[in-house]
Ligand binder design. Structure first.
Ligand SMILES: Cc1cc2nc3c(=O)[nH]c(=O)nc-3n(C[C@H](O)[C@H](O)[C@H](O)COP(=O)(O)OP(=O)(O)OC[C@H]3O[C@@H](n4cnc5c(N)ncnc54)[C@H](O)[C@@H]3O)c2cc1C
Length: 593
């Protein structure tokens, strides 16, 4: 398996040049934060990623985790790596200062998380879930809960888990049946949760589960779900983990990928009256609180999809430069990277990962802008834009990562199909990303339902206007007019698709749902075109000034051109399908399948 190297040049270009990090920090009043600090941080993260986490990636895949008498044991080396991660302060990077966080911008945090995800995505799931739990608790928990739990969760001394799924409640959380009965100051929790990522392990002294459950008098459906904090170990009078709570792992899944990440079945209340839990937020409003965590995790899955795609690309690139297959007229051999079709696959991988990275960074910067907004109206606007980005970042990028890791395997030929090269691990690891944190179908529904029909298409309209403005700017630049025309055409299709959706959604209840994934994918390819167009524009500006890394900037422009030639046209095919509505999709009776 090839070594991993963080793509500094691309990250630097996006953070400094495209998103003007220094100005962003100054506008947000973060006086001590600047790009110099950001790149020192990234260098340190890359060292931990490449030297410690990346070598454990294959070990985690081979060994997985195992359930023993005293709970789940993670793969060898993971606990020591986690200790380094915590001791070096990585867990608290973007958390608020109130509970010990370093309050670094989300943009920087997203870039750092890409490093963890490329290095070892199974490992990085553990901090991802803790970060989400911290967010949910900080936003919705009582002061008492926050003071008791957040400092140790922010520092990473304790990890968090997200307990939504039950055997009969997956995408449909209305079916959650775990029960919570009040008893004095706390609640007794009874039920089973399945598929809980890092739901048990031995890396920390405590694990803080955030659990969805129903109160005895709760109304049916999603309006009757509450959120509870259920620690693995109850805290003693000194606030330290003491008595074992009745929340136990009873099984660990054997699965296709991310073997290093234990996927646990957790039983609550098997050995007595119930596990002790504490209400987070208001009764029956648990889903709102959980959405804080889920939105964080959805963007996080987008970053995972990028991280694994980048790792797969790096490995395929190294292989393509080494593997000799062609024969020159003088009998000497040449590497497969010289074949046009291998070039096509590598360019596809490179262009797609760069577009993914750009969109993820833009979305992270939007969250920073929301946090730093000068007034509630501005904050609302940034939140609405983030709302549009989130399902695209999760849905489009995770879907695209399937194709990228597939290509990574394809470039290896037969060696891609055997475990020895490690290429299959990326392919297997990526597979979950379109499934957890809401399947692609759920992301499509979120985009068209809540985010577009929910505000009459206003937030999307603003995004389309911005893409249009980029295309206009590109039209005036020598060498970019062809790409500008293509982007204008794609954004026009985007406008027509939006109008089509607003017009037809009310005609038939199946229409919006049937077109939602194609709609979401269309917006993804369009946003990717926007990112690559903006990048080409910025590269032209820097090249014009005679500064910058000429080779990198030229490469960026050519990669953008490839995106426009090979990936942007997919907007049109998605749009053509959207316009067909639901008719052929829903034409057959169930027994005709
Ligand atoms: C490795 C792994 C880790 C996980 N980690 C966690 C975790 O930490 N915490 C946690 O709570 N859960 C976790 N999950 C559960 C995961 O979030 C669910 O598997 C996922 O949300 C899908 O739910 P489901 O499996 O019940 O599938 P279902 O909901 O049964 O979906 C089956 C199919 O039906 C489609 N579908 C369902 N409803 C709709 C709808 N309304 N509209 C359109 N299509 C629909 C889906 O898109 C899918 O294709 C994990 C799962 C796995 C495999």
């Amino acid at each position: 398996m090839s070594e991993y190297q963080f793509p500094y040049k691309d990250a630097r270009f996006l953070i400094n040049d495209l998103l003007d990090f220094d100005r962003m920090c100054a506008d947000a009043g973060l006086e001590e934060v600047n790009s110099e600090l950001a790149f020192a941080v990234l260098e340190e993260a890359a060292r931990l990623g490449s030297e410690v986490l990346a070598p454990l990636n294959k070990i985690g895949d081979k060994l997985g985790s195992r359930l023993e008498e005293d709970g789940v044991h993670q793969a060898a080396g993971f606990a020591e790596a986690y200790r380094q991660y915590v001791d070096n302060g990585w867990a608290s990077l973007a958390a608020d200062e109130e509970f010990g966080g370093q309050a670094m911008p989300r943009l920087l945090a997203a870039s750092v998380v890409e490093i963890w995800d490329s290095s070892n995505v199974a490992f990085s799931l553990c901090p991802l879930l803790t970060t989400g739990a911290v967010e949910a608790l900080a936003k919705h928990g009582s002061d008492e809960l926050k003071n008791a739990y957040l400092p140790n969760m922010v520092s990473g001394e304790w990890t968090g888990s997200m307990c939504l799924t039950e055997p009969a409640a997956g995408s449909d959380l209305a079916a959650v049946s775990t029960k919570a009965v009040p008893e004095g100051e706390h609640y007794l929790i009874n039920g089973q949760k399945i598929f809980i990522t890092w739901g048990d392990h031995q890396m920390t002294d405590n694990i803080i589960h955030l659990v969805l459950a129903r109160l005895p008098d709760a109304p049916a459906g999603v309006r009757g779900i509450s959120l509870f904090l259920v620690p693995k170990f109850l805290l003693d009078e000194n606030g330290q983990p003491g008595e074992r709570n009745d929340a136990h792992c009873v099984g660990v899944e054997h699965k296709l990928g991310i073997h290093g990440s234990p996927t646990c079945s957790l039983n609550f209340g098997d050995n007595g009256d119930g596990a002790i839990g504490y209400l987070v937020g208001e009764p029956n409003k648990g889903l709102i609180a959980m959405f804080t965590m889920m939105n964080e995790a959805r963007q996080g899955v987008g970053i995972q999809s990028l991280g694994v795609s980048e790792r797969s690309y790096q490995q395929a690139r190294a292989f393509a430069k080494e593997r000799l297959q062609g024969t020159n007229s003088d009998g000497s051999r040449f590497p497969i990277i010289e074949f046009p079709d291998v070039r096509r696959m590598l360019m596809m991988m490179k262009a797609a990962t760069e577009a993914m990275r750009g969109l993820i960074y833009i979305a992270a910067a939007e969250t920073d802008r929301e946090h730093a907004a000068a007034n509630p109206e501005d904050a609302r606007k940034h939140a609405a834009r983030t709302g549009v980005y989130t399902p695209i970042v999760k849905g489009w990028i995770s879907e695209l990562s399937q194709e990228i890791t597939y290509l990574g395997t394809q470039i290896h030929g037969g060696m891609g199909y055997v475990e020895e090269t490690g290429s299959t691990q990326h392919y297997r690891d990526a597979r979950i990303m379109t499934i957890y944190e809401g399947t692609t179908g759920i992301q499509g529904l979120d985009l068209v339902g809540r985010k577009i029909l929910g505000d009459n298409g206003e937030a999307l309209q603003e995004l389309l206007d911005e893409i249009h403005a980029t295309a206009d700017d590109m039209s005036d630049v020598n060498g970019l007019s062809g790409m500008a025309r293509a982007l204008l055409k794609a954004v026009q299709s985007g406008r027509e698709a939006r109008a089509w959706l607003l017009e037809h959604a009310s005609e038939d209840r199946n229409v919006a749902a049937a077109v939602s994934v194609n709609f979401m994918m269309m917006m993804g390819y369009l946003c990717g075109g926007w990112v690559m167009g903006r990048s080409a524009l910025k590269a032209a500006e820097i090249l014009d000034s005679g500064n910058g890394d000429q080779s990198f900037l030229n490469t960026k422009q050519m990669t953008a051109q490839f995106y426009f030639d090979h990936l942007l046209p997919r907007c049109n095919s998605c749009f053509a399908t959207v316009k067909t509505g639901s008719k052929s999709t829903m034409a057959l009776d169930i027994d005709q399948f």
